[in-house]
Design a protein around this ligand. Structure first.
Ligand SMILES: C[S@@+](CC[C@H](N)C(=O)[O-])C[C@H]1O[C@@H](n2cnc3c(N)ncnc32)[C@H](O)[C@@H]1O
Length: 235
């Protein structure tokens, strides 16, 4: 074809690719975010989504460990490195990804059985975290008390009496199942106690808020803790 630049590039590509791939490429070439990403050194236009989300919600403030599921080509991890340079960042993708300084990258299916362990190893251990956390949260007439231990041993104690099988459309029985799954998969000891409360809605809300607070406390680092919080030296 005659002509240089974008038109020539598009037609040349169209001969080699399927019609849908060619349409995608044409959209890319016309997209101002793609151009801006290229100009600013971001590997994907997706970088702007995370930048804007972080501007609005401060998602990356104080981030310490970040997992990028589906990292390729790497725009989001670039943003994480810029906004949270102290965070440990691990990415995983079926496709190859060019190295990013400070990011550990696995070319692997994130649904594969070995993926969670690979991510856990790469993110580092539980050095300097407080390990234990507790919180009591009232919600009108209901009180929820949740304690967690991130010591690696799964165990759930769930002392909650709901007044019926539903909170609105939500099956209250699922709450215990949720915490059992978290406990087993995260190797976490979780105690959930609700000494009183009559509204299932309030009970559920108080439990999840208390769990969030307890987990926040348990995962915080403390400079006084050297290594892991265990006399056995491992968690
Ligand atoms: C929209 S792209 C991600 C873009 C990336 N966040 C960025 O900022 O550059 C989605 C990625 O998810 C990956 N992906 C989809 N399913 C996957 C799986 N099961 N395991 C690993 N990666 C997967 C795809 O290969 C693709 O690269």
């Amino acid at each position: 074809m005659r002509g240089a630049g974008k038109t020539g590039e598009r037609l040349k590509t169209a001969r080699k690719r399927s019609a849908s791939s060619t349409r995608w490429l044409q959209r890319q070439l016309a997209d101002p975010y793609v151009r801006q990403a290229k100009a600013e050194g971001w590997r994907s236009r997706a970088a702007f989504k995370l930048l804007e989300l972080d501007d609005k919600y401060a998602l990356l403030k104080n981030a310490r460990r970040v997992v990028d599921l589906g990292i390729a080509p790497g725009g989001w991890s670039q943003v994480v490195r810029k906004r949270a340079p102290k965070a440990a960042v691990v990415g995983i993708d079926l496709l190859p990804t060019e190295p990013i300084e400070g990011v550990t990258i696995f070319q692997m299916d994130f649904m594969a059985d070995e993926a969670p362990e690979a991510l856990r190893q790469a993110l580092g251990g539980k050095e300097s975290i407080r390990r234990y956390g507790s919180a009591s949260i009232p919600m009108d007439e209901a009180l929820a008390m949740v304690s967690v231990d991130l010591g690696g041993r799964p165990y759930l104690v769930f002392n909650v009496k709901f007044s019926g099988e539903f909170a609105g459309n939500f099956e209250t029985g699922l709450v215990e199942e949720f915490f059992r799954a978290v406990s087993v998969n995260a190797g976490m000891n979780i105690h959930v106690n609700v000494p009183y409360g009559s509204s299932n809605h309030h009970i559920c809300e108080a439990i999840f808020k208390a769990f969030g607070r307890a987990l926040d406390e348990a995962t915080r680092t403390d400079d006084r803790i050297k290594g892991v919080m265990s006399t056995k030296g491992a968690l």
